[in-house]
Design a protein around this ligand. Structure first.
Ligand SMILES: NC(=O)c1ccc[n+]([C@@H]2O[C@H](COP(=O)([O-])OP(=O)(O)OC[C@H]3O[C@@H](n4cnc5c(N)ncnc54)[C@H](O)[C@@H]3O)[C@@H](O)[C@H]2O)c1
Length: 253
């Protein structure tokens, strides 16, 4: 993945945790924020992918990149990740709650386990980092939650994912209200179809159940730019916002 040429350095002196930062949108975000001067902590399940990703983020100009194995659905691992960021860099200014997964099954085949697996990663993972942020983040900090257009409109067989991503918008609003007096801004981005491993492995797309016009497929860098805006001081008065980044797909009848 190539770093786009960025002129601004909005994250100089800041430390940002990017969950799921070893691939796709998370990696593009780590690269973008790193190129703008942030020290980056990649928190991902995969240590192998994180190692490779860290090299890319460093090559893009980040003044410091570290990675830690972190399953965002495990409270203890989230706490450990934040402690790791603080030990490595002495501060913590932002988190991008990007780690996510999907289960593809008709509703009648969805089990309670399927629901918990998705909710634990896509919703509770963001909650665990939000709670740590409220307890340990610098004032002036920012949280960006990566939701999805599935929070608004969806397809068959992804009920647990669509519900988790919709609930993440609700969490964004609640956290924005409670975060404001702490000086922490909380916002969400809703990507449309983005060219990442998650999209390319999507069985609904492979089977033709979901059809996406190729002009409606964005790049991970397109979402990273929106996340960078929401996490930056340019969005100082943006609080509790849910911002679509879908190339206009949902605007069309
Ligand atoms: N690609 C799309 O079209 C699209 C559209 C809308 C929303 N999104 C959302 O964007 C986010 C990133 O998706 P992507 O397309 O870049 O996917 P991806 O599969 O390329 O990357 C996801 C990363 O998250 C990591 N991960 C998974 N579970 C984790 C866990 N429990 N703890 C820590 N890390 C974990 C994976 O190891 C992987 O590196 C997800 O939340 C996804 O729901 C993606």
């Amino acid at each position: 993945m190539n770093a786009e040429r960025v002129e601004c350095r909005r994250f100089e002196g800041k430390t940002v945790i990017v969950t799921g930062g070893a691939s796709g949108i998370g990696l593009a975000t780590a690269i973008r924020l790193g190129a703008e001067g942030a020290k980056i902590i990649i928190a991902d399940l995969s240590l192998e992918k994180s190692k490779v990703a860290a090299r890319e983020v460093a090559a893009a100009g980040s003044p410091g990149v570290s990675f830690i194995t972190c399953d965002v659905s495990k409270e203890a691992e989230v706490r450990k990740c934040v402690s790791f960021a603080l030990e490595k860099t002495g501060r913590w200014d932002a988190v991008v709650n990007n780690a996510g997964l999907m289960v593809f099954k008709p509703l009648e085949e969805h089990t309670a386990e399927d629901w918990w697996r998705v909710l634990n990663v896509d919703l509770l993972g963001a909650f665990f980092f939000t709670r740590e942020a409220f307890l340990r983040m610098e004032g002036g900090g920012a949280i960006v939650n990566v939701s999805s257009i599935h929070a608004i409109e969806t397809t068959p067989h992804v009920a647990s994912y669509a519900a988790a991503k919709a609930a993440l918008l609700s969490l964004t609003r609640s956290a924005a209200i409670e975060g404001k007096p702490k000086g922490i801004r909380v916002n969400a981005v809703l990507p449309g179809a983005i060219d990442t491993p998650m999209l390319n492995e999507n069985p609904n797309i492979k089977s033709g159940l979901e059809v996406i016009n190729k002009n409606d497929v964005g790049r991970p860098e397109d979402v990273a730019a929106v996340i960078a805006f929401l996490a930056s001081p340019d969005a100082a008065f943006v609080q509790g916002e849910s911002l679509l980044a879908d190339g206009g797909r949902l605007a069309r009848l």
